[in-house]
Design a protein around this ligand. Structure first.
Ligand code: PDD
Length: 281
């Protein structure tokens, strides 16, 4: 395997960043994850647009142009022989003597890219059986719209989920409304049969998969509302699912141990999963 580190491809096992990288010391960086279908990046433009926005919000320089980055991402896919998989990109503010404030003068941002294969058939078989989520109190900062590498609350929430046999943790705000998952957006098919996912005015990541799926839903002519829902609404929903570059569209059949619907994968979620994958290919 090969990884891209600051301008060159190196063996994955030897790939390393400096101990004074601000990403390492301060989580001062951003990232993106693309799904790869048939060797190609899914939703490439949406992820690029969000990457530039995340960098701009944090005043980190763009390390390269979109055209140059596209070439490097494709090369990462090629060198790792990925047909079905994931590409990870991380950009930190760079390497400088430890100081909370930005380095002055600025240093070049540090770029790392990895690509790996996933077994989509196995994932598909698992998704078809339905998956569980748990809920945890929202405890993240107020800028979840920026895709930063500061993921400790997400990591702890995901670990809590894993320890309870769940694939995802949904954060719940002070009003009892679900914000999003630790690494995915949250959806339900509500009691009236409407698709519901939280609006992006809220403190959540503007999921690229979420946005593409809204398109897919509009094309399919299904009723949808970008409106928050409570945990109680979710537990009494007809269906639930999550979206993200890693999970694509993954049906959820229980929340905090409570069965959703009859506890089996619902028709809407499985149809949307198929439609999303068809569109991404
Ligand atoms: N996570 N919400 C959060 C907190 C996320 O971390 C992600 C993605 C999403 C879904 O966004 P998108 O559809 O653009 O992937 C929502 C990536 C996959 C990760 O951390 O691995």
């Amino acid at each position: 395997r090969f990884a891209y580190v600051n301008g060159r491809f190196v063996r994955h096992g030897q790939a390393a960043v400096h101990i004074e990288d601000r990403g390492y010391q301060l989580a001062d960086g951003v990232y993106e994850v693309w799904a790869v279908f048939d060797g190609k990046l899914a939703d490439a433009q949406g992820h690029f647009a969000r990457l530039w926005r995340s960098l701009d919000e944090l005043r980190i320089a763009h390390p390269m142009s979109e055209a140059a980055l596209t070439v490097v991402l494709r090369e990462a896919i090629r060198r790792n022989h990925v047909r079905e998989g994931l590409v990870y990109l991380q950009v930190s503010r760079g390497v400088a003597k430890r100081d909370h404030a930005f380095p002055n003068p600025a240093v070049p941002p540090a770029v790392v890219i990895t690509a790996r294969s996933v077994d989509r058939a196995a994932i598909e078989a698992k998704a078809a059986k339905g998956s569980a989520v748990i809920t945890v109190p929202e405890n993240r900062w107020g800028r979840c719209d920026i895709k930063t590498i500061g993921l400790l609350p997400n990591a702890l929430a995901k670990q809590a989920a894993r320890e309870r046999g769940a694939i995802e943790a949904w954060f719940v705000d002070d009003l009892g409304l679900v914000t999003e998952g630790a690494s995915s957006n949250a959806w339900i098919v509500d009691a009236e049969g409407r698709l519901r996912t939280r609006d992006t005015q809220a403190n959540i990541l503007r999921g690229v998969t979420r946005l593409t799926l809204l398109d897919v839903i509009a094309e399919a002519g299904l009723p949808v509302a970008e409106q928050p829902f409570t945990v109680e609404e979710a537990k009494s929903a007809k269906e639930a699912f999550i979206t993200g570059a890693g999970s694509l569209v993954t049906p959820i059949t229980s929340i905090d141990g409570v069965k959703i619907g009859d506890g089996v994968v619902g028709p809407v979620a499985s149809r949307l999963r198929a439609l999303y994958i068809e569109r991404a290919r």
